[in-house]
Design a protein around this ligand. Sequence first.
Ligand SMILES: NC(=O)c1ccc[n+]([C@@H]2O[C@H](COP(=O)([O-])OP(=O)(O)OC[C@H]3O[C@@H](n4cnc5c(N)ncnc54)[C@H](O)[C@@H]3O)[C@@H](O)[C@H]2O)c1
Length: 380
Amino acid sequence: MERREFMKQAGLGALGVALTVGQGIAAEETSATKIRWGLVGTGKRCRQHIKVLQRFPEYRIVALCDIQKARLDHAMEMCKADPPTGYADYRDLLKRDDLDVILVATPNYVHREVVVSALKSDRHVLTEKPMGISVEECNQMIQTAEGTGKILQVGLQLRYAPFYQKVHSLLREGIIGKPKFVWFNEFRGDWAKQSADPKIDDKINWRFKQKLSGGTLLEKSCHYFDLFRWMIGTEPIRVCGMGGINFYTNGRDTLDHASVVIEFDGDCKATHGLSMYSPHGQGFFIIGEKGALDLNWETGDIVVKREGKKDEIMRADVSNKDTGGHIGTFEMHQSFLDCIRTGKPPLTDPVAGKESIRLGLAAEKSIRENRWVDMTEIPA
Ligand SMILES: NC(=O)c1ccc[n+]([C@@H]2O[C@H](COP(=O)([O-])OP(=O)(O)OC[C@H]3O[C@@H](n4cnc5c(N)ncnc54)[C@H](O)[C@@H]3O)[C@@H](O)[C@H]2O)c1
């Protein structure tokens, strides 16, 4: 009997087995009821997903795909305890009839094509951020997800991290009143090696090419723009940025530093500073009507500052659970599991994915054109 048929007859729905999310071996778990994953784009980020997926007894990785053999081989080696089938073309992977969920971890310019095909093949999809490199791409993915009724979750994992969850709930409780001024800075070195081999330039160096990555403020800063929208709780009105290439003058055309100011509805301003050629540094500060939050996402410290009161210091979990510093990845998978079982919409739904990209596009445009950009200028 086909697995889907078996689950239907067993009254379990496509994925509705009653199991504990990401904890221990559930008694009901058998290889016939496991949720089966196909992973497309088995590069660096995918390897972190593999480590997380392997912690879930509910999951089984049955298929992997990459256009680069070495990348595919590396991922196959990681999965050798329960070997999946490897593919060089994702369309062949999608022809299988035993896949429930597809992870898309290809370069940004490939997301749309794989996401749309995977949704049309009746699979739930978890796609990496940034959701795409244009609003048009995002809209196509949103429409396809709506048309198929499948879950499409965008990998903006920071929202799921206990640290940011805690900050968000403190804000919603009104601990510092309405946010009025927010800044989020990240200063760091570069995040990927640039290959010198011209034959594989586009495959390896896609991040450093505007047309393939959408630019640094999509590729990197979509995380922070998403946090701004979620934390502040209103929509952006206009954006102003400055930035350029100070350091990496070896042919790349993506920014290596930027400073962006965003005005949000409700008279809240947010600023974001990014440098990709610096000694390490970070900072996140939220000033509200009644106080401020001084946040350190590395130590997990949350300091609540209020006039006339002693600082209140709290701490939240910032362990990255083997995901290379990407806190929230494990919890994002727990939440995804819940969504595919219950049909509940994801916290980082495709609209959140699209809005973080609209902000990135506005900031990139502002820097290019050296002027304020109104959000109405960016297609909805
Ligand atoms: N959420 C996060 O914090 C986070 C962190 C890192 C990367 N990412 C995102 O993950 C994605 C991948 O990033 P990465 O660092 O792993 O890049 P990478 O270059 O290491 O991996 C991408 C892989 O996709 C493969 N690929 C390209 N086209 C393909 C196709 N048509 N079919 C199958 N495979 C294909 C490449 O060969 C490569 O192995 C990007 O969108 C990136 O923005 C997200």
